[in-house]
Design a binder for this molecule. Structure first.
Ligand code: GLY
Length: 388
């Protein structure tokens, strides 16, 4: 084994969550290293990049809504800072979202969502089918109504990942382009990692931010191992030729026969169609059935997609957690922190995660906005506590 190389912070995982954590930590003056064979890869290479705090609201996720909104509010400054620092265009588009219904069941579902949004104090306007088509003329004539949400935007996650790698490099983050093999624990404290190539890295604090792989790192004691699982999403990319532009002017989404489908139009001409939600373990196969269902549902919403070149099909793994919310901050093992389990909201939650993790790394505590997301909420003792 080579001699330990020591940093204040060692981040395991170089997806957007690991990168933003490393960047913000380095900005706070912490000597920071990051381990990943391919920094900037991971689920962000597949994700559509919707910043959809309002249109992705679900019953039972009101606490998560607070964190989602806090992150959405940070996005304009976050994107401007990253672009100014790196010169990267992030494809951040404040275009709004239209959630539409195709039949009576969809419309009932959307009415429920609208009621929940309003009860949560969110801005969302009910539109008739005709009003939806006036906004987006490519929509199918059968659209029965919709919700206009001008506050749900989008960013290009691939560009975001590239910019975060550049920002980390500028901030002096040291990249180790290798797999982490095992967490090192010394005197009941996380002390670093051993890499697959045998390199030993020492660190004052270790952040486990390996997305759906976060529960797989050897050496992490069972009682602090994050309960994350991979949730497969298949996503398609089409290209809108210039002669058809503007094909759609905002994100259009719907729940069709119980499955969500969304179309995210970029200024570059890329049109992202997503996504399946499949509990299939580590499988990232793109299947004929997955592609068929996405195209079938998207075609019902926007029939004109059949004219567009299909340029990419891909599957990624969302890091799902037991309550669909992230695990952030210190664990019961001293020196080990988590930043994982972001499930459907990793891109949206990137700014607030960076801030919360930097705060936790420098003070030992989560800021108020992130406290409900402590990994300690999954401690066995907490889970078995009975109400009096
Ligand atoms: N947030 C979109 C998805 O997870 O498919």
């Amino acid at each position: 084994m080579s001699l330990p190389r020591t940093s204040d912070v060692l981040v395991v995982g170089g997806g957007i969550i690991g990168l933003v954590t490393a960047w913000r930590a380095a900005q706070r003056g912490l000597a920071t290293a990051l381990v990943d064979p391919e920094p900037g890869g991971g689920a962000a290479q597949v994700a559509a990049g919707m910043l959809a705090a309002v249109t992705e609201l679900h019953y039972g996720e009101q606490t998560l809504l607070g964190l989602n909104l806090a992150s959405a509010r940070r996005y304009p400054d976050f994107a401007a800072e990253l672009t100014e620092l790196t010169g990267h265009d992030l494809g951040y588009r404040r275009c709004g979202t239209l959630a539409v219904a195709l039949d009576a069941d969809d419309r009932a579902h959307l009415r429920e969502l609208h009621a929940l949004q309003r009860a949560s104090g969110l801005e969302s306007e009910w539109l008739s089918g005709r009003e939806c088509r006036r906004l987006e003329p490519m929509l199918a004539p059968g659209v029965r109504g919709g919700l206009r949400v001008d506050g749900d935007h989008q960013i290009d996650p691939r560009r975001l990942a590239g910019a975060l790698v550049a920002a980390c490099e500028r901030a002096g983050v040291v990249f180790h382009r290798a797999w982490a093999e095992r967490l090192t624990v010394e005197r009941e404290r996380a002390a670093g990692c051993v890499l697959r190539d045998g390199t030993v890295l020492g660190a004052g604090q270790v952040v486990l931010a390996a997305g759906s792989l976060s529960g797989q790192l050897a050496g992490v004691p069972d009682d602090v191992l994050p309960p994350v699982r991979p949730v497969k999403g298949q996503v398609l990319r089409l290209t809108v030729p210039k002669r058809y532009a503007p094909f759609l002017s905002r994100t259009v989404r719907a729940v069709v026969r119980g499955s969500q489908v969304y179309l995210v139009p970029r200024l570059s001409g890329e049109l992202v169609i997503g996504a399946t939600t499949e509990e299939l373990g580590w499988d990232t196969t793109v299947t004929a059935g997955g592609v068929y269902e996405l195209l079938r549902d998207a075609h019902e919403l926007v029939p004109g997609i059949t004219e567009l070149p299909l340029t990419e099909t891909r599957a990624g793994l969302r890091p799902g957690s037991p309550d669909n919310a992230p695990l952030l901050g210190p664990t019961d093992l001293d020196g080990l922190l988590l930043a994982t389990g972001h499930y459907r909201n990793g891109v949206l939650l990137t700014p607030v995660t960076g801030d919360a993790m930097a705060h936790a790394l420098t003070t030992g505590e989560l800021p108020e906005v992130a406290r409900p997301f402590t990994p300690r909420r999954f401690r066995a003792a907490v889970l078995t506590e009975q109400p009096a």
